[in-house]
Structures are given as structure tokens and as C-alpha cells.
Design a protein around this ligand. Structure first.
Ligand code: FES
Length: 95
């Protein structure tokens, strides 16, 4: 499925009719604004989940996102694709 083997992972955004009506072109464009190392962002045909779009699939881990809104794209990139972790803070007080 991956056309370019330089990438380890693939993010697909459905661009078929139903998802497109639900805004998938804008979602694809939003993902493409990020430079995500080792991840190819590509449009796809129907992912078989019509009516739940815009649908996004991340491979090879097979993580699905449904009803993706452009405002949620950065969270998917940062929390899932880049794995940015919030640093643990030890808030124990000094006596
Ligand atoms: S049209 Fe997007 S999953 Fe079918």
C-alpha cells in the first residue's frame, strides 16, 4: 500500500464521495501542513466506513479516526504521530 518506502508509516485520508461531503479535503490539507518525520500523508479511496467521515487511517498500526475535524488534526499529529508527551511534574510541596 505504501508507494514510497522511505516512509515507515502511512496516514490515509479518505477522499471518496461521502467523506468529501463531510470535509475530508480540508482535513487532508490540514495534515499536509505538518512535516511529520517518516510518515507519508496521502489521499485514499473509500476506506469502508462511509458516513463516519472524514475518515483517517494510520498504518501499519491500523488506528482509525472518524468524524475528524480540522481543529483536531494538530492533536492527532502531536499526541499520536509525534508522540509528544507532557512532562511529569512533581508538585510535592516543601515543608
Ligand atoms: S467515503 Fe470515506 S470511508 Fe467511504
Amino acid at each position: 500500500m505504501m508507494e514510497n518506502s522511505q516512509f515507515e508509516r502511512l496516514l490515509l485520508v479518505c477522499q471518496n464521495r461521502t467523506c468529501k461531503k463531510q470535509g475530508s479535503a480540508k482535513v487532508l490539507a490540514a495534515f499536509q501542513t505538518f512535516d511529520i518525520p517518516n510518515i507519508a500523508v496521502e489521499k485514499s479511496g473509500c476506506l469502508g466506513k462511509c458516513g463516519n467521515g472524514p475518515m483517517v487511517l494510520v498504518l501499519p498500526e491500523e488506528v482509525w479516526y472518524s468524524h475528524v475535524h480540522i481543529d483536531e488534526v494538530s492533536a492527532v499529529v502531536e499526541k499520536h504521530l509525534l508522540g509528544v508527551k507532557v512532562p511529569f511534574l512533581n508538585l510535592r510541596s516543601n515543608e
